[in-house]
Design a protein around this ligand. Structure first.
Ligand code: ATP
Length: 331
């Protein structure tokens, strides 16, 4: 079996190197093929997403990405390579499991999976000048909602999660979010899951005040973006938050954080989100036991008190990785 590895920019290459060592340490038996994407790729090849990378991705069920840096200054011809990938491979569901790994990290005992729509909603990229201002197109379609909710139901069933909550704003966006909510109840009916719904503002509060009531959240693009950053912050920050972008053929796994240019090249990044993203990739490739081992070792490493600086510790990326690999050898 083959998978593509895209180190990317900034802290990406360092944390991906840690994740690759973790994958190799559990003898996953995957041939890992390296590919380019991002600002470094642009400097070397003239493209943020070289055609060769797209071709490689067409051949594999999964890819692990570090992070990429977007240009800071406005460039009308720039097309986000991540959005391009999401569209090319129709990666319609963004999955973000967010769990507090230890009582000494983060603020709230959360253990939720956020399933976020990844192809439409507020992220259509269609904006036009009108009169004195700008109008942004926001799209919610039946097909996108159905497949998203179905994917979220699959995740509940695969992972033994009992409760699913639809997060929306249908008191204001009656037709678009109303459609999403309606489809949510149509699809969850008869699944045996406990299905309920929350307005997005109430969901933002519930993450803090009633975390025990949340299990799997299924939501539209912008709400998912905001709630998952909130949830990550409540459980220890971006260094611990993995994610997956799933389509019907390809799964793209990446830490939720960006390329953190402020600490790039300084051996300071926390590789945990990248390692947990690698675990999600192994689960996607039907290697649940190996995925669980990677996750157990993360919990155990943290429980033994090893921490990078973002989590209040002193270890650099490489030292933390060495400790992690030692622990991995024992679980
Ligand atoms: P980009 O422009 O690529 O999105 P960014 O710096 O705007 O980068 P993030 O990379 O998501 O956004 O990070 C925000 C801050 O969080 C960074 O400045 C960095 O200090 C910190 N950070 C993010 N990821 C990590 C990590 N894995 N380990 C330690 N600190 C991190």
């Amino acid at each position: 079996m083959k998978a593509v590895i895209i180190p990317g920019d900034g802290i990406g290459p360092g944390i991906v190197a840690s994740a690759v060592r973790a994958i190799e340490a559990v003898d996953a038996g995957i041939e890992l093929v390296e590919a380019e994407m991002g600002a470094g790729a642009f400097q070397r090849t003239g493209s943020y997403l070289p055609e060769k990378t797209i071709e490689l991705l067409k051949d594999v069920p999964a890819a692990l990405l570090g992070a990429i840096t977007s240009p800071i200054s406005y460039n009308p011809s720039y097309r986000s390579p991540l959005l391009h990938l999401r569209r090319t491979f129709d990666l319609y569901a963004n999955i973000r499991p967010i769990r507090r790994l230890h009582p000494s990290i983060g603020l709230v005992d959360l253990d939720v999976i956020i399933v976020r729509e990844n192809t439409e909603g507020m992220y259509t990229g269609v904006e036009r000048e009108e009169g004195e201002g700008v109008v942004t197109e926001r799209r919610v379609t039946r097909r996108a909602c159905e497949r998203l909710v179905d994917r979220a139901i699959d995740i509940c069933q695969e992972q033994g999660r009992r409760r699913i909550t639809c997060v929306h704003k249908s008191n204001v966006l009656r037709r678009s979010d109303g459609l999403f909510r309606e489809i949510f109840y149509e699809r969850t009916k008869g699944t045996g899951l406990e299905a309920d719904d929350l307005l997005v503002d109430a969901a933002a509060a519930a993450l803090v005040s009633q975390p025990e009531n949340l299990d799997v959240i299924v939501t539209l693009n912008l709400y998912g973006d905001i709630l998952s950053d909130e949830a990550a912050a409540l459980t220890g920050g971006l260094g611990f938050a993995p994610s997956a972008n799933l389509g019907d053929t390809l799964g793209l796994f990446e830490p939720t954080h960006g390329s953190a240019p402020d600490i790039a090249g300084m051996d300071l990044a926390n590789p945990t989100a990248a390692i947990l993203s690698a675990a999600m990739m192994l689960r996607h490739l039907n290697m649940s036991d190996k995925a669980k081992r990677l996750e157990r070792a993360v919990m155990e490493t943290i429980a033994q008190g090893f921490r990078t600086r973002d989590a209040g510790g002193k270890l650099g990326t490489m030292e933390f990785t060495e400790k992690y690999l030692e622990v991995l050898g024992t679980v």
